[in-house]
Design a protein around this ligand. Structure first.
Ligand code: UTP
Length: 298
């Protein structure tokens, strides 16, 4: 019987330079899509997948993130006084129970692999999830839940994967596929940010992982990889051929938005806005009006 995946690490210690100057004082993960911060989408997805312990790897200046998950007694009292029960309900969805959430500091931004390694003492000999909140995935069944179900059959380590245009492969971890089984692929190699001409496929890793505890051991003595950073991809790749349950890519069903980039964030804002009934009509007619003005200008 496989151990259940009940812990997730959220590495949020990056500098978020693509969103400067905003990220000078606002953590990227607190930026909002419609009315929820990016991190809330990740937490909701994690809960749906059965995650019970949430481990944040943070850095200086991320205090707003800890406050977000704290109770807000003054605000709550004011809402009670005004009888705003609907808003109180919304607030409740952000509360974390004591002991459910942990914060660990990454003292230097040495890379994603290093950030995950910083949480090593909170993970025992058990599989765990890693979620990057700036990858937001709109899906009927939440992406991590899809992966947990697939993982229960395979074991090993599993990464969320999606096809990207060949010329974009140099921005991702790329899978070298051994066997393609449709939604699942077994992997014989992984390479972080390859040159386009060296990319073994166009199947890219995005920010959802279920990892065997061996990956943490591999990170114990990991050196720097692509971009001079300690890469999670390299530690996962080390698992291949080691006699364990192997490494799998999982083609999830859903649409992924790269909210770590401005274009992706704007696209997600429009898509999530259109998905909200109370906003849809206004937003749609606004978008149409933009189209008319563009055509008129041509
Ligand atoms: P990114 O590559 O998006 O880097 O990290 P970043 O610092 O967040 O953003 P830019 O590129 O400067 O705009 C991917 C994920 O890995 C985490 C980030 O917080 C993000 O969730 N990360 C990255 C760390 O936690 N520590 C690191 O040392 C590097």
């Amino acid at each position: 019987m496989r151990s259940k995946v009940t812990k997730a690490i959220f590495p949020v210690a990056g500098l978020g330079t693509r969103f400067l100057p905003a990220t000078k004082s606002v953590p990227k993960e607190i930026m909002t899509l419609v009315d929820k911060p990016l991190v809330q989408y990740a937490i909701d997805e994690a809960r749906a997948a059965g995650i019970k312990e949430f481990i944040f790897v943070t850095s200086r200046g991320k205090g707003a993130l800890e406050d977000y998950f704290d109770h807000a007694p003054t605000l709550e009292a004011e809402l009670v006084r005004k009888g705003k029960t609907d808003l109180l309900e919304i607030l409740k969805s952000t509360d974390m129970e004591s002991g459910e959430v942990a914060y660990m500091r990454q003292h230097k931004a040495l890379g994603l692999g290093h950030a995950v390694w910083c949480a090593r003492n909170l993970i025992h000999d058990e599989p765990f999830a890693v979620m990057l909140p700036d990858d937001v995935i709109a899906a009927e069944k939440p992406c991590l839940q899809q992966m947990v179900e697939a993982y229960e059959e395979t074991g090993g380590s599993m990464v969320a994967a999606m096809e990207v245009p060949m010329e974009k492969t140099s921005s991702y971890g790329i899978l070298d596929v051994e066997e393609d089984m449709g939604s699942r692929v077994s992997v014989k190699g992984m390479v972080e940010k390859p040159k386009v001409e060296d990319a073994p496929s166009n199947l890219a890793v995005i920010g959802r992982y279920i990892l065997s505890p061996n990956v943490l051991r591999n990170l114990d003595d990991a050196g720097t990889g692509a971009g001079g950073e300690i890469q999670l991809t390299d530690a996962i790749a080390k698992e291949i051929g080691e006699g364990g349950d192997g490494v799998y890519g999982y083609r999830f069903r859903g649409q992924r938005f790269d909210c770590g980039s401005k274009a992706g964030f704007l696209q997600a804002t429009v898509a999530f806005g259109l998905a909200r009934e109370e906003l849809r009509d206004d937003l749609e007619s606004f978008l149409k009006s933009l189209d008319y003005s563009r055509k008129a200008a041509e």
